[in-house]
Design a protein around this ligand. Structure first.
Ligand SMILES: *[C@@H]1O[C@H](CO)[C@@H](O)[C@H](O)[C@H]1NC(C)=O
Ligand SMILES: *[C@@H]1O[C@H](CO)[C@@H](O)[C@H](O)[C@H]1NC(C)=O
Ligand SMILES: [Zn+2]
Length: 411
């Protein structure tokens, strides 16, 4: 299969899916195709997979002057490697140079890692060709839409509950089917919040009760008694956490209606919780302190990571931690060096992370995606009315705008 035309076409499609480009195979009688693909002997080395060359005057390319050459001596037994190499070389043929962003396909070194298309690759192709039109596709229009969440389980925990959900102001919960329809999951006027991760979807009622739906089941199980002490819930990894008015946080024990209180290192209440794939719990306290604790969160397990009154929000994607400061900057914690790195200078009012993706919403309502280079973000929506942005671990992005319309990012 490797080296087949089908794989070459699929590799071209990876770029044409996200950019307004049409690429068709030229018949062999064509005198001058734009891009030639050829196989040439370069020796049986694992260092040279392929290369792309072109003749350009620095301003324009003429057709017929781009060659993608694969090493014919290399044993192309692995379709995934051939496809990956082709996607990288086609990136060059379409005008992209190498990236400094290590997880990007346009990173110059293969290092044995077959990478998915990265925001940096997307920002690159968009900067050359622009976007498909329309760039967003509307998937719902209802003034009662109140919010959207995405359940996107970590690999190994992929669940039938994975997907996009919306909560309406009527209390109804609906799930989006990729075919374009919405299915009602529950319809209870008391529901005021939903959250979910891995195998579970949760809803919180006005009376403080919390209910759990398990993947593969159709009945909701009550997991918390009525209480006026509950502020909100947040699900992450295989856990669900609760913030309480008395300033404490708690997590569900996993059975009955029992929650376990997690003592905090200092007195102020919690402003926001976020947890990593390995269930490390991050807690932004009301005074701006950021503390973290590893499962199962003993009272002496908290570590104060940052003390800064200007911290106003936190986000966790995979194992990576981000914080938003009141000056609109987004700061990432480089945990290999325990170093804070500003990845956005200002303008942000909300940060959202999922898997390896990070999104920022600006005060003007625009939505941005981080490319992996500090300071470099791609604008995804400039219509200036986004109120919620969510994504999945494969790079899918959805937004709800003021007025309740929900959109899916196409390009
Ligand atoms: C592309 O390959 C052809 C031979 O297959 C060669 O004649 C041509 O010079 C090459 N073009 C570039 C830009 O290297
Ligand atoms: C080809 O590689 C790209 C980038 O890794 C990936 O997104 C795509 O799914 C692959 N396609 C096939 C047919 O393997
Ligand atoms: Zn290259």
């Amino acid at each position: 299969m490797a080296r087949s035309l089908i794989l070459i076409s699929a590799a071209f499609a990876r770029w044409t899916q996200i950019a307004p480009l049409t690429i068709t195979e030229a018949p062999s009688s064509t005198l001058r195709a734009d891009i030639y693909i050829r196989f040439m002997s370069m020796g049986p080395t694992e260092d040279v997979y392929a290369f792309t060359n072109m003749i350009a005057d620095g301003l324009a390319l003429s057709s017929g002057l781009i060659n993608i050459t694969f090493n014919d001596d290399f044993a192309w037994n692995d379709d995934r490697l051939f496809n990956y190499t082709a996607v990288h070389e086609i990136g060059h043929a379409l005008g992209l140079s190498h990236s400094k962003v290590e997880p990007a396909i346009m990173f110059p070194f293969f290092e044995g890692v077959i990478r998915p298309i990265h925001p940096d690759d997307q920002a690159g192709i968009h900067s050359v060709y622009g976007w498909k039109n329309p760039r967003w596709s509307r998937i719902d229009s209802n003034v009662a839409s109140k919010g959207v969440i995405q359940i996107s389980s970590a690999s190994g925990a992929v669940s039938t509950l994975d997907g996009l959900y919306q909560l309406r102001s009527t209390g109804q919960i609906l799930r989006y089917n990729p075919s374009g329809t919405w299915t009602s999951v529950d319809n209870n006027k008391d529901t005021i919040q939903i959250s979910g991760s891995n195998n579970f979807l949760y809803q919180r009622h006005t009376d403080g009760t919390i209910w759990k739906l398990t993947a593969g089941s159709s009945t909701w199980q009550q997991i918390s008694p009525a209480s006026s002490n509950v502020i909100d819930i947040s699900a992450a990894a295989d856990q669900v956490y609760m913030r309480r008015k008395d300033g404490w946080v708690a997590r569900y024990s996993g059975s009955g209606q029992t929650w376990l209180t997690i003592a905090q290192p200092s007195a102020p209440g919690s402003r926001q919780l976020a947890a990593s794939d390995s269930a490390t719990l991050w807690n932004l306290l009301a005074n701006g302190d950021v503390v973290r604790s590893e499962y199962p969160y003993t009272s002496d397990g908290w570590q104060v990571v940052d003390s800064n009154p200007s911290n106003i929000a936190i986000a966790v994607g995979g194992e990576e931690f981000y914080k938003l400061q009141s000056d609109g900057s987004v700061v990432w914690l480089d945990s290999t060096e325990w170093f804070w790195r500003t990845i956005e200078e200002g303008g942000s009012v909300a940060v959202y992370a999922v898997g390896s993706f990070v999104y920022s919403r600006h005060e003007d309502g625009s939505v941005w995606r981080y490319t992996g280079s500090p300071g470099v973000w791609e604008m995804l929506d400039g219509r200036a009315d986004a109120v919620v942005v969510v994504g999945d671990r494969k790079g899918g992005v959805w937004e709800m705008v003021s007025g309740g319309d929900i959109y899916r990012l196409v390009s």
